[in-house]
Design a protein around this ligand. Structure first.
Ligand SMILES: Cc1cc2nc3c(=O)[nH]c(=O)nc-3n(C[C@H](O)[C@H](O)[C@H](O)COP(=O)(O)O)c2cc1C
Length: 179
């Protein structure tokens, strides 16, 4: 019940999750990473395997039941960064890959840190999906204002890594105290 699960999805901000994972491991936490296959377009699983010392799961059908394996012994699941796509899937209970199946099976608290183009963040569909996730008890670390990688300006940048880290540790401690 002590491991922190980081789910990485296909955003340009995926590289920032390396720093997050590194910091958590350095602070003594046991961290496991799962990824969407689109996330691997941005960063290789080998990086997270080196940072955590643990295998990174991506493929739901590789062997056994990885979504059950991934949810077991977890204190908090944090999706960093969370794409508009994964938010939409979570909000609608879609389970068509390892990250979404793990989310549905998860009994620990879930935190998502979205990162996307401001147009995507402000779209009524995304707003609706975020509201639904809040109703479902998911913690949301809203993105910050700024200039995103494509040059557009507005809300969409991933929250700062130390803020995400602090929230993960807070949820982790709450979970351990509740057992
Ligand atoms: C260069 C590039 C950067 C992208 N950055 C983001 C992003 O920051 N946020 C987002 O929601 N989608 C972004 N996308 C689109 C997602 O990769 C796409 O919606 C994908 O289906 C997400 O898959 P996943 O949610 O399964 O990881 C980006 C696409 C490209 C090509």
């Amino acid at each position: 019940m002590n491991d922190i699960l980081i789910a990485v999805t296909g955003s340009i901000a995926a590289y920032k999750s390396c720093e997050l994972v590194r910091n958590l491991v350095k602070s003594g936490y046991t961290v496991r990473v799962i990824m969407t296959s689109n996330a691997t377009e941005f960063i290789g699983k080998i990086t997270f395997e080196a940072l955590t010392g643990k295998p990174v799961l991506i493929d739901e059908y590789e062997s056994g039941m990885p979504h059950i394996e991934s949810k077991t012994g977890i204190s908090v699941m944090a999706v960093v960064p969370a794409t508009a796509n994964i938010i939409a899937k979570f909000a609608n209970g879609i389970a068509d890959d390892l990250v979404t199946s793990t989310y549905l099976a998860m009994q620990a608290p879930v935190l998502i840190a979205p990162a996307m183009n401001p147009g995507m963040w402000n779209h009524p569909a995304t707003k609706r999906n975020i509201d639904r996730l809040k109703e479902d008890g998911v913690s949301i670390l809203s993105p910050q204002d700024g200039v995103v990688i494509c040059g557009d300006e507005g809300q969409g940048k991933l929250a700062d890594v130390p803020i995400i880290e602090k929230k993960i540790i807070q949820l982790h401690n709450q979970k351990l105290q509740s057992i």
